[in-house]
Design a protein around this ligand. Structure first.
Ligand SMILES: C[S@@+](CC[C@H](N)C(=O)[O-])C[C@H]1O[C@@H](n2cnc3c(N)ncnc32)[C@H](O)[C@@H]1O
Length: 117
């Protein structure tokens, strides 16, 4: 379905939402807003699969992820790389609870979150 996930209604009726390689394209404020918008449209018990290049709290490790920050900023005008702790903070503020985190290829990993009532 086409649409702007900041302006158009997030399609409802889904119990799993994948947000892959999107967070790094936007500012922290926009990411929090996006996670809130998604939470507002899914039923209790839904899962969120959040995939991105999470870093350590200093934003310097893993190095490959850190080096991508400049490219993300140039590509979108507001992108960056974020730490795992930042992502967990946004999830907590937007009505999600992290269940597990699984490594993927390279510096990417998957955070699996479920709704909090
Ligand atoms: C880096 S790509 C990731 C694509 C795919 N999820 C993946 O992991 O291969 C970022 C995606 O976000 C989409 N996107 C960016 N801003 C958007 C917006 N405001 N509304 C909907 N989609 C958007 C782009 O069209 C692009 O497909």
């Amino acid at each position: 379905m086409e649409g702007d996930f900041f302006k158009d209604p997030i399609p409802d009726g889904h119990d799993v939402v994948i947000v892959a390689n999107v967070i790094h394209g936007f500012s922290a404020e926009c990411n929090l807003e996006l996670l809130r918008r998604i939470r507002g449209r899914v039923p209790d018990g839904a899962r969120l699969l959040l995939v991105d290049f999470w870093t350590d709290p200093t934003h310097t490790q893993p190095l490959f992820a850190a080096l991508m920050a400049g490219e993300f900023l140039l590509n979108t005008g507001g992108g960056d790389i974020y730490s795992e702790e930042e992502a967990r903070g946004w999830l907590q503020q937007s009505g999600w609870r992290v269940l597990e985190q699984k490594p993927l290829a390279g510096p990417s990993s998957l955070m699996v979150a479920e709704t909090v009532k």
